[in-house]
Unconditional design. Sequence first.
Length: 555
Amino acid sequence: MDPERIQFHEMGLDDRILKAVADLGWAQPTLIQEKAIPLALDGKDLLARARTGSGKTAAYAVPLIQQILTSKQTVREQAVRALVLVPTKELGQQVQAMIRQLTAYCARDVRVADISGKAEVSAQRPILMEKPDIVVGTPSRVQAHIKAQNLELHALEVLVIDEADLLFSFGFEADLKSLICNLPKIYQAFLMSATLSDDVQALKELVLHNPVTLKLQGSQLPDSSQLQQYSVKCEEEDKFLLIYTLLKLGLVRGKTLIFVSSLDRCYRLKLFLEQFSVPACVLNSELPVHSRCHIISQFNQGFYDYIIATDEQGLDKPTADSQSAKNKEKKKKKKKSKTGKDKEYGVSRGVDFQNIANVINFDFPTSVESYIHRVGRTARADNKGTALTFVSHSEVLLLEEVESALTGDSGNCALKPYGFRMEEIEGFRYRCRDAMRSVTKQAVKEARLKEIKQELLNSEKLKMYFEDNPRDLQLLRHDKDLHPAIIKPHMKNVPEYLIPSTLKSLVNPLLRRKKKLKTHPKGVMITPLKKNNRGKNPLKSFRYTRKASKQKNKS
Ligand code: AMP
């Protein structure tokens, strides 16, 4: 704990909030919370550049809850006092969950409702009739409720626009603007955004009054004492060889998010790993929202160690209910895919992946911004993390861009070369090639189809069943083999003699005993190989002895 920093109990917060914060185990405010909470409590409008993982939700939720508790001391009328606009259903759920945790001791006084979900507008009406103090929703859903006269905002005191830049990317601009016209004249507003794009600046003019802008250093990436960043140069085949080594030998410990450049590559990598009995989930924009949320929630609970994801558009598609929003979104997608820019959406944005120990960029991100968003999934709050980026020769220019962006005033670059000697793992190349050969284009196609079918079934037909039997839902796994590719049983094991001697001391002993690797909660990636000892390759260590030859002759 840093005594120089303002602590939660010094902010003049209600005891019930402080108790909830203590229950959450937060020793001190994050940088954004330290700056934003006192300013917000002072009544200021805020524009904060803050990424997911910086503690931004509590940075606005804490003052918002405090404001409601204070108001309720004088005003008796039950009304919607705060509106939180989010771009996606996933983020809506997370925001609601965070507010519920922070209001654990004042849940009767501060009620929150998330209406960003998929349910029919009419089905959500009863929730809004109770006039929850805080409403969380996507702009189009909120607008639909205003139109249907389910939502009345005359008593609004606080407006929060979370992930404002994403709201624009997802085509919510028009809904957002017409919604703002329905708000009372005076309210306090917080605008949170990972980037301060022109769209966000325009929105600032529209909703904020004399705002304080917070562009905190900490909203980029944590420093090297918390987040270690490495890059390793390797070409296509070597990428597979290296990931095999890192995962199969247990050199990467803890929950790991692996980014690739396309959905086909997600399945290619999944099927490749499947050949070695390394289970991994694919987070795919084509899967139903319900499946995606379930995968993320199980991943957060520690069911899986590895998620393979792309940052293709639409991965985190908003649950826009108005057709206009959907059309606009489609148009926007078309426009953006033509330019090939702005690919950073979905999993690396907005979603609260918890306790990610490692991010592996199997394919290089398409921009500096995308690199920061991907890598920012690890080392969140006070946790440590490691990011490893594979770089092929065609990606070197992008690497240079990222390196220069990550070079501080002192001239030190946070992204260091990963001292891994590829020649030491040559022994594995043959089996990796073998596995890669089995993962044909057809196998990838079939795997994609098979998973969509499976997940649709899970999502639709079984939804009702799982509502009645929630414990069975826990048993539903998303990292099962899809194996259209033939799996050779021997590939599951790593022959001892193929493990480089320099890695033997690092290799998880449990793995060698063929037991299941236990998740290490705050695992770190293990770095370089040191010496080049002679391994136990039987082909090399075999010695001709007289005794052996005599016995052979006798027989
Ligand atoms: P957010 O940026 O709001 O998505 O928060 C990222 C994660 O940080 C969430 O899982 C929070 O529970 C956690 N968090 C938020 N504030 C703190 C804090 N002051 N100390 C430790 N963890 C925090």
